[in-house]
Design a protein around this ligand. Structure first.
Ligand code: URA
Length: 212
């Protein structure tokens, strides 16, 4: 893995337009979820650009030929519960053959540190490319803890995908994992004292699931 603090800003107009709609506090839960799904599909396009492929023999109406197809089973999306589910759904709709792992982490509201309550990954992680998904890379604590746990299983590669991040989050994350590239649709101004991103979009989990 590289040690280069890679950040990929996905500034495609469609992604930026949908993200702006999502930031609006008046957007309904239903629309927020649909928009996150659409943005995630578009982000999947960038994230999977160098994804492994394999050649298979097919038969066109004219003749037999070799054709390239995605080696989807080698890819594992790792969703950080619960907000990661929002990105996971969109990504799975464009890479339906991918495997899925889950890491359950919650933020201790006082210390803002990540506490693990669930961890389930597919077999053979050392043969897989992992894409960790969580909409908000804020303090970086959950992302750092999730990637640390994942590295114990030795996947071939790890990428981290979020919708939003901020300079503090990127600094913290790459301070611990300089080898893991981050894919994001925006780098916002800053964190507030409660570990929320400004201007941000609020609590991603609450907005996806309508829990507030
Ligand atoms: N988690 C969220 O859902 N929103 C933030 O702004 C920060 C962390």
């Amino acid at each position: 893995m590289d040690n280069n603090n890679d950040v990929h800003l996905i500034d495609h107009p469609l992604v930026q337009h949908k993200l702006s709609l999502m930031r609006n506090k008046e957007v309904s839960t239903n629309s927020f979820r649909r928009l996150l799904n659409e943005v995630s599909m578009l982000m999947a396009y960038e994230v999977t650009r160098d994804m492994p492929m394999q050649e298979v023999e097919i038969e066109t109406p004219m003749e037999k030929t070799m054709a390239r197809v995605i080696d989807g089973k080698k890819l594992v999306f790792v969703s950080i519960l619960r907000a990661g589910t929002g990105i996971l759904d969109g990504m799975l709709s464009v890479v339906p053959g991918a495997r899925v792992g889950h890491i359950g982490l919650y933020r201790d509201p006082k210390t803002l540190t990540a506490v693990e309550y669930y961890f389930k990954m597919p077999q053979d992680m050392q043969n897989r490319d992992a894409v960790v998904v969580d909409p908000m890379l804020a303090t970086g604590n959950s992302a750092i803890a999730a990637v640390e746990r994942l590295k114990e299983l030795g996947p071939k590669s790890i990428k981290f995908v979020c919708l939003l991040t901020c300079p503090e989050g990127l600094r913290a994350f790459h301070g611990s994992h300089p080898d893991v590239p981050v894919y994001t649709a925006a780098i916002d101004r800053q964190l507030n004292d409660h570990g929320y991103i400004l201007p941000g979009l609020g609590d991603a989990g609450d907005r996806i699931f309508g829990t507030k």
